[in-house]
Structure formats: structure tokens, C-alpha cells
Design a protein around this ligand. Structure first.
Ligand code: ZN
Length: 153
């Protein structure tokens, strides 16, 4: 049996003690075992660590973006749907003959009654538009934030 020594696996990028000089006991791949003191192994390790750090950051910010976008998206849908429903109600009041004081003409009174829901509907759609803009800005802010370490308390 071969003597156990420190080895470095170029496949999984880990340094560990093993007596097997062919097969990595951690990832099971053959042919990637090197002496951890070998400069090539160190270069490979540094490159792997960097890759790992980059991919971690990418995954983290992607998850954050998705969560933000889901929350903003739900708000956006609620506001837009509410706006459309209320606007529809306003238009219904405005255009439906049964709700008019005089079925044959549109009076100022009818317009005033319909104006409430119409204004609320426009405000809701405006809020939806602002949320949509916020969602676009949030993506930009997240990209900037991901350059800084997270504040975990
Ligand atoms: Zn390995």
C-alpha cells in the first residue's frame, strides 16, 4: 500500500491526504492528482478559487434580482389590474345608458360620477408605471450592490 501524502486534484480543486495517486477520493476522477507544492497546481487552485468566487457572486445577485422582480412584478400586476378594472368601471358608468340621468345624452353629472373611478384608475396605472420603472432601476442598483460584500448581521 502506497504511503499517504498530501495531493491536489485538478478536477475538484481540493488538497487532501490520499494514498491513491491516480484517482481522486473526493470527486472520483482519475488523472488529476498532483503534488500540491507543484506551481502548476497552485496556479490551477488560484484560478479555481477565482472562478468559484465569481460564480457565487453571480448566483447570489441573480437570486436577489429574481426575488426583487417577483415582488415588484406582483405589485405591478396588482396595480395594473386594479387600474384597468377601475378605469373599466369608470368607462362603464360613463358609457352605459342605464346609469345616466338622461339615457339619450351625456350630462355633466354623469361625467362627474364617472370621473372618480377614472381618476383612481389613472392613478393606479401611473403607480404601476412607476413600479415598472423602479423594477428597471432596482436591477441597475443590484448590479452595483453585487460589487460590495453583503451586510449580514
Ligand atoms: Zn477531485
Amino acid at each position: 500500500m502506497a504511503k499517504a501524502r498530501r495531493v491536489y486534484c485538478t478536477f475538484c480543486g481540493q488538497t487532501f491526504v490520499s494514498s491513491d495517486e491516480e484517482t481522486c477520493t473526493l470527486c472520483g476522477k482519475t488523472g488529476g492528482i498532483m503534488d500540491p507544492m507543484n506551481p502548476a497546481a497552485l496556479t490551477d487552485l488560484v484560478a479555481k478559487k477565482r472562478e468559484e468566487a465569481n460564480s457565487d457572486q453571480r448566483v447570489g445577485s441573480t437570486v436577489g434580482d429574481v426575488v426583487d422582480n417577483v415582488l415588484l412584478g406582483r405589485r405591478l400586476i396588482r396595480l395594473a389590474a386594479g387600474g384597468v378594472v377601475v378605469l373599466g368601471l369608470g368607462l362603464f358608468l360613463l358609457l352605459h345608458k342605464d346609469f345616466r340621468s338622461d339615457p339619450n345624452s351625456l350630462s355633466l353629472y354623469d361625467v362627474l360620477i364617472a370621473a372618480g373611478p377614472l381618476i383612481v384608475g389613472v392613478l393606479l396605472l401611473g403607480a404601476a408605471y412607476l413600479t415598472w420603472r423602479e423594477a428597471k432601476c432596482a436591477a441597475v442598483v443590484d448590479a452595483a450592490k453585487s460589487r460590495q460584500p453583503d451586510n449580514k448581521e
